[in-house]
Write a protein that binds this ligand. Structure first.
Ligand code: DAV
Length: 367
């Protein structure tokens, strides 16, 4: 009997998926880590509204986008599950810090499925410390039906996890710091968001980012053990947070690479005969609110299988690229949701894809 939780890569036929919920979303209190990953244009908004619920009309419109996504997924034969609705504006205090929450809109950030195991990420933003609360009912159910369940070590998220000298206001300086591997999180304790990882069978890739430190990567490496190779990829990106608008596999042997964030470690992909594709620029209008992401959400796609992909309905150049690759784009309106910092890949976590653990790379190992 195949496990109820089974996913080894980003493209096998999708059978069951968790789609996030934006109801109850709150503006995160504006601290170092939030500032390091948001754009100056919105700093005033965070300063004023940190801790408050997100404006109701934005939430309502984004929730409608998610409902439409669920309808489309069901129409494609996929089972859809949803997390709990939580009031994320509630304040909390631990022995190490005080904050309020963010949302349960991005299951991709919080959980990672590797084979039949669900791994809960420790996260790095204080506003995301309790994000697991939205997913516990779902994960308990998957566990009861046979899945393995691991929660990575909970960080304290005390002051030591954040670099007090990180040049928060000097956005230009971040390029040089990123090249040195320095970001706003320190190596005090492991931290990571699940979206900094991408799964391609026995090979799993990760980036050091503002929210994923080397300690967290090393935890994952040892946890995964010998059956997997976890490899760090480097990008020219001053502000990395999550790999899924930077480096996005769309099938065995094909990966989209963000042209503004060149990958410095493509050798394995080249040697293994992978096609390295440059996606077209996004058509998100310059004045469209994007509180927590860049405009590259156009490449944050979800593969339903190797021949079907979800594409935002205004992103015609992206849809055409997929058509030329022989992949049918399924167009869904998602602009309102985009304002919360993600698109289809962020908003979902594939719990079950029909397929087995395979190797897609030539490691040049002796026969
Ligand atoms: O700004 O390109 C998008 C992904 C966030 N979960 C960006 C990152």
């Amino acid at each position: 009997m195949p496990s109820v939780v089974n996913s080894h890569n980003e493209w096998d036929p999708l059978e069951e998926v968790i789609v996030g919920r934006v109801e109850g979303a709150a503006v995160p209190p504006f601290d170092v880590a939030v500032k390091a990953n948001t754009y100056p244009r919105y700093w005033d908004f965070f300063e004023r509204h940190g801790g408050e619920p997100f404006p109701e009309e934005l939430v309502r419109a984004a929730a409608a986008d998610l409902d439409e996504l669920c309808t489309v997924l069901k129409g494609e034969g996929v089972t859809v599950r949803r997390p709990e609705v939580v009031d994320w504006s509630r304040r909390y205090e631990t022995p190490d810090f005080a904050s309020s929450g963010l949302y349960g809109a991005m299951p991709r950030d919080f959980m990672m499925v590797v084979g039949n195991e669900i791994i809960e990420a420790p996260m790095a933003w204080r506003s995301r410390f309790f994000e697991y609360r939205a997913y516990r009912e779902l994960i308990k159910d998957y566990f009861q039906r046979g899945a393995r369940w691991t929660a990575a070590p909970k960080p304290t998220m005390g002051d030591e996890l954040y670099d007090a000298d990180y040049p928060i206001d000097a956005v230009e300086e971040r390029h040089a710091l990123a090249a040195e591997g320095r970001f706003c999180t320190t190596e005090f304790e492991p931290c990571f968001d699940a979206a900094d990882f991408t799964r391609m069978g026995r090979d799993i890739f990760v980036q050091r980012s503002q929210v994923t430190n080397r300690f967290g990567i090393e935890w994952m490496r040892r946890h995964l053990g010998d059956a997997y190779r976890l490899q760090v990829l480097r990008f020219e990106d001053p502000n990395p947070m999550h790999m899924d608008a930077t480096f996005v596999p769309i099938g065995p042997g094909r990966v989209l690479v963000n042209p503004e964030r060149p990958c410095l470690d493509l050798e394995l992909f080249r040697r293994s005969g992978w096609e390295i594709l440059t996606p077209p620029d996004s058509l998100i209008p310059a004045d469209h609110p994007l509180y927590m992401s860049s405009r590259w959400l156009s490449m944050n796609v979800l593969m339903i299988d190797e021949r079907r992909v979800l594409v935002e309905k205004h992103e015609e150049p992206t849809a055409r690229m997929f058509e030329q690759l022989g992949i049918r784009p399924i167009r869904v309106g998602f602009r309102n949701f985009n304002s919360f910092g993600g698109s289809f890949h962020c908003a979902t976590c594939d719990v079950r894809r029909r397929g087995e653990l395979e190797t897609y790379f030539d490691h040049g190992d002796p026969a």
